[in-house]
Design a protein around this ligand. Structure first.
Ligand code: FAD
Length: 446
């Protein structure tokens, strides 16, 4: 049995190691050092292109739980990260050079993995012929030729080249004495949650947006702003009233507390059927994360907002997973070709590695004629994978967060919710792991 994996990033290396540990032969194709994406610079594998942080290690956070689950499933990335960790408070951060060197050493020392340094430009590349499965793990900056070929295979409209992500707010943290439910021009309770602003508040908000610190786009990202995903602050820069006539327009809305139309309205759209999370409509932004929290908490109704995800805009190649992938991450249009990592629509280092690990485990089972069901959606990995099957109108990548998990039963105090999500996730994951994984990296049982 031989599997070909395109891209030796976080997902590709994780997937390769999961397969190799279960005695599956792997050819791992990596285009570096012949060709580098605009963000990659090192010859080593699993390069961290920006921050050196794997985010929170708090076992009460979704990403902390995901890391625990990965470690228990034999994650190469988590193990290498622990070996090369540097002090970072409650976060797991690594020395990026040591981390990539460690992964490269482990991959090249694994006898079942053959590293082939070349660019794969097409799904029909002769190097991929005759393999039992092909995994595309070419990441958010997959090479142009490969991305174009993938677009041909799945349909141009199903492959995206950038993220314009608006923040997501935990529904339990909204002040419902201020925000009100209504859809434009509709009587009674509507689908949207509306945060009303008076004129002074609006003008202060626009001034705050303009003054806030922003992340500077990299050279290759500058063209994004011309592609129709204007950041909210760039729109505000066009004139003080631009937002009030654009995404913050109040037409068709009456504040039930005043009986009048507000001067401006920030609309929040439910992110899931259980309405546990709300998306801030039109708020894609390049504000830094701390500035987003500061400025957006000045919005009436959001003073104590907990952000499940913050906004961003960046170059990102990803497929419309719910329409193009099967639950086992196989391309519906090309059976035998699987996707892993950020290109599936998960977001972030940890999530991409987790996705690669899951695909590796699931392919091992498949190659042995068995089916590995995904972990339950209450677990962190299960919640992340369930995002790829959401029925959203506008599918957008997501990092792991409790908003992706099924709602907690009953009404719970805000202070206890994280602990409840976390203990439920640990229970669900442990039951799944005990049933399906025998020892880290080798599976399935039976
Ligand atoms: P990658 O890690 O990008 O790996 C893909 C690999 O495939 C690369 O080695 C590439 O050279 C190779 N490849 C591409 N095309 C081909 C081809 N045709 N043939 C052969 N090889 C190919 N996430 C965070 O958590 N924190 C951050 O701070 C952060 N900052 C980011 C900044 C930028 C500019 C970008 C673009 C992304 C950032 N991300 C960040 C997201 C992060 O890059 C991804 O989550 C993660 O690296 C994705 O892992 P991956 O394995 O899917 O892809």
């Amino acid at each position: 049995m031989r599997v070909g994996i395109v891209g030796a990033g976080l997902a590709g290396c994780e997937c390769a190691m999961a397969l190799a540990r279960a005695d599956v032969d792997v050819t791992l194709f990596e285009m570096k050092p012949t060709t580098f994406s605009p963000a990659h610079t090192s010859e080593n594998l699993a390069e961290l292109v920006c921050s050196n942080s794997f985010r929170s290690d708090d076992p009460l956070s979704a990403v902390g739980l995901l890391k625990l689950e990965m470690a228990e499933a034999g994650s190469l990335v988590m193990d290498a990260a622990r070996h090369t960790a540097i002090p970072a408070g409650k976060a797991l951060a690594v020395d990026r050079d040591l981390f990539s060197a460690e992964i490269t050493a482990r991959i090249t020392a694994q006898p079942r993995i053959r590293l082939d340094r070349r660019e794969i430009q097409s799904l029909d590349d002769p190097a991929l012929a005759g393999l039992d499965a092909v995994v595309l793990a070419a990441g958010p900056l997959a090479s142009d030729a490969l991305a174009a070929d993938l677009a041909r295979a799945i349909g141009q409209q199903s492959l995206y080249f950038y993220d314009a992500i608006a923040p997501i707010v935990d529904a339990a943290s909204v002040d419902y004495d201020v925000a009100f439910f209504a859809s434009r021009y509709e009587e009674g309770e509507g689908d949207y949650l509306n945060c009303p602003m008076d004129e002074d508040g609006y003008r202060r908000f626009v001034a705050d947006l303009l003054a806030a610190d922003k992340v500077q786009p990299r050279e290759f990202e500058k063209e994004l702003h011309f592609e129709g995903c204007l950041p909210i602050e760039a729109m505000a820069q066009r004139g003080e009233m631009t937002l009030a006539f654009g995404p913050l327009k109040p037409v068709g809305l009456t504040d039930p507390r005043t009986g009048r139309r507000p001067f401006a309205v920030i609309q929040l759209r439910p992110e899931n059927a259980a309405r546990t999370a709300y998306n801030m409509v039109g708020f894609q932004t390049k504000l830094t994360y701390p500035e987003q929290q500061r400025v957006f908490r000045t919005i009436p109704g959001l003073a104590h907002a907990e952000f499940l995800r913050l906004g961003s805009i960046h170059r990102n190649t990803f497929v419309e997973a719910p329409k193009t992938l099967s639950p086992s991450l196989e391309l519906l249009a090309r059976p035998g070709v699987f996707l892993a990592g950020q290109i599936t629509g998960v977001e972030g280092y940890v999530e991409s590695a987790a996705c690669g690990l899951w695909l590796g485990l699931s392919l091992v089972a498949r190659l042995h004629g068995r089916e590995l069901p995904p972990p339950p959606p209450e677990s962190a990995l299960g919640a992340l994978l369930s995002h790829l099957r959401t029925d959203a109108k506008h599918f957008q990548p997501s990092n792991v967060n409790f908003g992706l998990s099924p709602e907690l039963p009953g009404r719970n105090k805000k202070a206890s919710r994280k602990a409840l999500y976390a203990s439920r996730a640990r229970e669900a994951w442990t039951a799944w792991k005990n049933q399906y994984l025998d020892e880290p990296g080798r599976l399935p049982r039976g």
